[in-house]
Design a protein around this ligand. Structure first.
Ligand code: ADP
Ligand code: MG
Length: 248
């Protein structure tokens, strides 16, 4: 039987008069790749923010590996092994790739303090091996600001992996990336799942990408869960097609 690593039940979140998430329930099985789609403004990013503890929810329950986390904050949830990346890249332009990796040292190892310094050989080794994993080893001493946008996204992904997460929430990982580089990123995401065992929950606007990546897809519209199912069913679901057409 598959174990549900993340369970969201009846979650609602409003901003003033805007109901950004209305009674959302979904689950992400351990070891899976699950997609979250929906037109702009449908509440996808808000749901991720609620899950990782960026803001309190108004109603509902969020459980990670069986434990209620809806009252915890970002650093506490990160220590449990769940992290998110952002729609906008968050790297330090004036630092090298390796330095960006060093400052991404695990939240769960912060307690080691000076004993586990950011230039500890173990950390340097891990930074190098993850930069190799995303294909940036040859560029590791370049300033992050000198990388192409697609390479910066790969760096950001490698930075998240420094934390050895159990589950990663990726908010539009391919947004703004040149189509020819997208396949490389998809491949890395799949390998992080298959080889490193990381569960992925992915918001994606690009239908081709999410169909390629995800086994199971949830679709939001106007803050509500519109549809869910296997990728090929969702692609042909008239409600999903209408929601996207209606948004354009
Ligand atoms: P998506 O990621 O699907 O494009 P969002 O979750 O960003 O959608 O937004 C859902 C709705 O919530 C939108 O109407 C948006 O304007 C609103 N919203 C999101 N964040 C905030 C905020 N911090 N304050 C006020 N309204 C917000
Ligand atoms: Mg968004």
């Amino acid at each position: 039987m598959t174990k549900q690593q993340l369970m969201v039940e009846g979650v609602s979140k409003r901003f003033g008069g805007v109901v950004a998430n209305d009674n959302i329930s979904l689950s992400v099985p351990e070891g899976s790749i699950v997609g979250l789609i929906g037109p702009n403004g449908s509440g996808k990013t808000t749901l991720f923010n609620s899950i990782v503890g960026y803001h309190p929810i108004d109603q509902g329950s969020i459980r990670f590996e069986g434990a209620e986390i809806s009252t915890l904050r970002v650093p506490e949830i990160a220590r449990l092994g769940m992290l998110r990346t952002f729609q906008q890249t968050r790297i330090y332009d004036k630092m090298t790739c390796v330095q960006n990796m060093q400052i991404s040292v695990p939240h769960n190892k912060e307690g080691f303090g000076a004993m586990f310094s950011k230039s500890h050989p173990k950390i340097m080794k891990k930074a190098d091996s993850l930069l190799a994993f995303v294909g940036l080893y040859a560029k590791r001493y370049l300033l992050a600001g000198d990388l192409s946008f697609g390479q910066q996204k790969l760096l950001e992904f490698a930075m998240a992996l420094m934390n050895e997460p159990k589950m990663l929430l990726l908010d539009e990982p391919t947004a703004g990336i040149n189509p020819t580089l997208i396949n490389g990123l998809i491949d890395r995401l799949k390998r992080s799942n298959a080889d490193l065992g990381i569960t992925l929950f992915v918001i994606e606007h690009n239908m081709r990408v999410i169909m390629d990546l995800a086994e199971h897809i949830y679709c939001l519209a106007h803050g509500e869960l519109l549809a869910e199912g296997p990728a090929d069913e969702i692609r042909d679901d008239q409600r999903v097609i209408d929601a996207y057409l209606g948004a354009n």
